[in-house]
Design a protein around this ligand. Structure first.
Ligand code: ADP
Ligand code: MG
Length: 395
């Protein structure tokens, strides 16, 4: 991993044989609240973090895109005009599908790939892979912003988020929503991104963590959720069945006031799945309102309630996540919840700065006492979204 822009520029120059035009960076993300609401056309509240992917990009004259990474030194190249054919033939594989997919998706959104200049791209990242921090969206967003600038496309950041999602869905082949790319492109320092997954309208919401003396602690259980594909699709199916039984196309249209009727119409399991989504949407709205009115010290109960809802109603937590959440709370966190899709992954806690070391130690000790594998804990700072890097830029 290169430590400075100069170092990355030097690596690029050595590997590519010419200097880059510049370096663009984009962050990973953490979801503060709003889980399993995205595919129900509901609300989410993620923020960009201080772990970033940087893309050094230089121009070529031959219409070719060549990508490499400090993570895997093989270089992959295709003519830009041939990306669609390569995609259809299934020739774009592995990590290069993220940056190449973005170039292809820019074409799908109107960039003329037969006339833009070729590019060399070197990727470097401090976003850990597979820890639920969306290293994938960080790559997509850094590359999307770089090519948008270098190709003078003038796409909005909202459109670049759609470009990243299209790359991930159609080239990588992961059926993800637009939350991660929106957080990575639209995030701001000490703020979250309030995203309406139906209209795709996004709003930056100040968090005020610095002033309140609060940190966000990530507690990664290191339990992989990869085995849980069945659980994820079962939850999606239950949401669809619940919406259909309630006479709507999506649970976005069901409100807390409709839950009594839902209880009568639905079997117990479907009802509890529906109740999670409906109350979680309300908790996202409440969190945005409370942040504005009272500040972050007042959102603890909403984070706690979100966890209980995922544990008991949506049933996507695991004992390791429950232990992390309870231990954090018992040791001074003002609120805590599992974050991400569930069945593993990480939990987050809102913790007064001074108590962070004690909470971290308590979580590690509790895992050891329970015979669980050692968790990894670290704080994340809500940070600026994707940007072209200059002298005063963020890492
Ligand atoms: P997450 O987004 O939760 O970290 P994903 O499976 O969605 O996990 O994305 C991880 C993938 O992104 C990796 O397997 C790899 O293909 C790619 N990736 C992440 N960081 C880098 C990097 N620095 N260089 C190249 N590819 C990377
Ligand atoms: Mg990802």
């Amino acid at each position: 991993m290169s430590k400075t822009i100069d170092e990355l520029t030097a690596r690029f120059t050595e590997f590519m044989g010419h200097a880059p035009e510049g370096v663009w960076s984009a962050p990973g993300r953490v979801n503060l609240i709003g889980e399993h609401t995205d595919y129900n056309e509901g609300f989410v509240l993620p923020f960009a973090i201080d772990r970033r992917t940087r893309a050094a990009v230089g121009l070529r004259t031959d219409g070719v895109i060549r990508v490499t990474s400090t993570f895997d030194h093989t270089a992959v190249e295709f003519p830009l005009a041939g990306l669609e054919a390569a995609r259809t033939a299934g020739e774009i594989v592995g990590w290069s599908a993220y940056p190449l997919g973005v170039a292809w998706a820019l074409g799908q959104h109107g960039a003329d790939l037969s006339s833009v200049t070729g590019v060399d791209i070197l990727i470097d990242s401090t976003v850990p892979v597979g820890a639920g921090l969306s290293s994938s969206a960080a790559i997509e967003s850094s590359v999307a912003l770089a090519l948008n600038d270098l190709w003078n496309l003038d796409f909005t950041r909202e459109k670049l988020a759609k470009v990243g999602q299209l790359a991930e869905n159609e080239v990588v082949g992961a059926p993800t929503g637009i939350m991660d790319q929106s957080a990575s492109l639209l995030g701001a320092a000490d703020a979250a991104v309030f995203l309406d997954c139906r209209s795709l309208e996004a709003q930056v919401v100040p968090l005020g963590l610095a002033k309140a003396g609060l940190s966000i602690l990530v507690m990664d259980t290191r339990v992989s959720h990869s085995h849980a594909t069945g659980g994820y699709s079962e939850r999606r199916a239950a949401c669809e069945a619940g919406a259909a039984a309630m006479g709507t196309s999506s649970l976005r249209d069901v409100s807390v006031g409709d839950l009594d009727r839902a209880r009568e119409l639905l079997d117990d399991v479907t009802f509890r799945r529906v109740r999670h989504v409906v109350t979680e949407n309300q908790r996202v709205l409440d969190t945005v309102r409370v942040l504005g009115a009272e500040g972050p010290l007042a959102i603890g109960a909403l984070l706690d309630a979100s966890h209980v809802s995922m544990r008991d109603d949506f049933e996507i937590s695991i004992p390791e996540l429950d232990l992390a959440v309870e231990t954090a709370r018992d040791n001074g966190a003002i609120g805590a919840r599992m974050t991400g899709g569930g069945f593993g992954g990480a939990a987050i806690a809102l913790v007064p700065h001074a108590l962070v070391p004690a909470v971290e130690a308590a979580v590690v000790a509790a895992f050891a006492a329970a015979g669980y594998g050692e968790p990894v804990t670290f704080t994340v700072t809500p940070s600026q979204g994707a940007q072209r890097m200059g002298d005063s830029a963020v890492g």
